[in-house]
Design a protein around this ligand. Sequence first.
Ligand code: DON
Length: 304
Amino acid sequence: MKYKKIFTKITNELATFKDNGNVANYIPELSTINPNKFGIHLTTINDKHFNFGDANEKFSIQSISKVLSLAMAYNLEGEELWKRVDVEPSGTPFNSLIQLETDMGIPRNPLINAGALVISDILVSHFKNPKEEFIAFVRKISGISTIDYCSRIVESEKSTGYRNTALINLMKSFGNIKNDIDIVMDFYFNLCSIEMTCKELSQTFLFLATYGISPYTEERVLSKSKSKRINAIMQLCGFYDEAGEFSFKVGLPGKSGVGGGIVAIYPNKYCIAVWSPRLNKKGNSSKGIQFLELFTTETQTSIF
Ligand code: DON
């Protein structure tokens, strides 16, 4: 497939696309990003690479990393995990509190903030040094030893993390957070602060296109069943209250972050990462979604 030519063709088509989105500003450090950045990187399961634009520039992957913490916790806990977090689409914004009270502190899924906080609590329970263990896991599955947290983003998010503090306190009141709140929050903010380029992101998530095997170590990261299930969770929950729209337009399992990144998986074929920092009203990259819609249609690589 001539991916590079297709990237150019679609980007030319998008030149007339009026993007009214804004960069995330509720985390002060994210508001400093140039809103016009645009990068694409596609990695095939045979490790062939195709890129466009700012594909080699680092950005904050934010909530995209919630899929990786979920993979790690699922391996550790097995099916017990689902006693503490559900697998249903929430239909609510990523940082919503509304369902948690009636759901007795059990988040609807592991990709909304509440669910990712429970997953963070589980990793904090398992490891003496959870931050070190987690970044070692990410480096191993990607084959990239330089991937790291960003302390500026951590501090910036800590200074304004009122909603996340509310979510974790509510869940603690229901007994669904076992550890000290400050320790779990510190892990969660670090998780969200990881920086990657589009190339690194597409390499890191390639194991979900290969039914759980890291192409870089050839080791199994997840069982076939767990890999299939995590793709299913991304399909249903990866874009919060826009998950239906993403399925409708793009038709791939994927995950977004408020840094403007999106990663999407076409099982058995490729993983693609797109970065465009202007977000729509649901907190997802507006040009990123627009690009992926045209891309999966043109290449006939939607799962539907
Ligand atoms: O907790 C937060 O609000 C951010 N660190 C992550 C939010 C995020 O990326 C939501 N995704 N679209």
